[in-house]
Design a binder for this molecule. Sequence first.
Ligand SMILES: Nc1ncnc2c1ncn2[C@@H]1O[C@H](COP(=O)(O)OP(=O)(O)OP(=O)(O)O)[C@@H](O)[C@H]1O
Ligand SMILES: [Mg+2]
Length: 388
Amino acid sequence: MDVQLESVRVLLIDDDEDDFLLTRELVSDIPGGRFRLDWTPTYAAGVEAVCAGGHDVFLVDYQLGARTGIELLRETRERGRSGPVILFTGQGHSRTDMEALDAGADDYLEKAGLTPALLDRSIRFALVQHRASAVLERKVKERTDELARANAALRDADRRKDEFLATLAHELRNPLAPIRNALEILRLANDTGDTVRRQRERLERQVAQLVRLVDDLLDVSRITSGKLRLTTEPLTIQEVIEAALDMSRPQIEKAKLTLTAEVRQEPVKLTGDRVRLTQVFTNILNNAAKFTEPGGRVWLSVAPAPGAVRVSVRDTGVGIPADVLPVVFALFTQVDRSLNRSQGGLGIGLALVRRLVEMHQGTVTAESDGPGKGATFTVTLPTALEVA
Ligand SMILES: Nc1ncnc2c1ncn2[C@@H]1O[C@H](COP(=O)(O)OP(=O)(O)OP(=O)(O)O)[C@@H](O)[C@H]1O
Ligand SMILES: [Mg+2]
């Protein structure tokens, strides 16, 4: 590539005046006479000149009194050097050559055997290469800044969303307590009117559903803000599963499903939060009830695993598409929102399941052979170590 250059200001940093005279001769022999050579004999003045950027190209000798050209390269780079630098190295010093490039030299030249043509080519090469890399660097920087800004905006939005969720949950929770109290008073007043009783029961069911949603929302915001705490105690997986089955039975019966629970007789001990672990299995069982057509089946089984216990809940329901499986535990994931509108829910249950299981050092997985093929959720929890 032939780059037409106007007048190029070249600065030689070299402590040897003979070398300056020699280089000046070489430069003057370069056809076209485009290069104007200045000279600085000391390291310190050289550093200042490179940083000042008053020249287009810098030729730097390897030996500069007690210092070296490599040191000059490093020092000026730290100070944000912007111009191209060519280092003069000794003959066959390939290690120095590599060092020079590492320290940010644009090129290196052996002093011995230097010709006007070589010097010309090297200066033009350094200029072109330096401009190209400056453009690239600027583009990378612009892009990085852009990404950083986008990232900050996203993080900000995410934080505001979390704050909003927390506020929303608290605001929704406030009126629920007095509504529940009023219903309780109505119940105790024991109005014999059938209509009043039916409407009251209807209100009670709706309020219970609202309370559940709001409590889930509160749990989610506690989890995202790291405020959820476990209250652990020694327990058995059987107790937890019995409690979860009791909680889910109404939903399973309402959905007209046949439930088979194979709970191993030998109690499996573990340490955990009774309420939260019950919530884990209740959420999974409620999902099975929610996403399985009437007449379907649900199996719950408990199996030992090394140092752990494995609980699986399998159903014959609508199943989960392969592309949703990897994100099914992510907050607000729902396969079919129209179905969920009729069934209720916000897509929070499984996110809570995963977080709570992880807080117990356990894992949870979802499997499905696809839409219409049912789903299996498996929770693995470490068992309590028997102290001998
Ligand atoms: N047993 C299952 N069979 C088929 N799909 C399921 C099953 N369990 C969960 N899913 C899918 O995963 C999604 C997320 O479940 P998750 O429990 O988190 O939310 P949800 O049940 O929709 O609402 P919420 O639990 O907050 O009331 C569901 O909306 C559903 O699409
Ligand atoms: Mg759910």
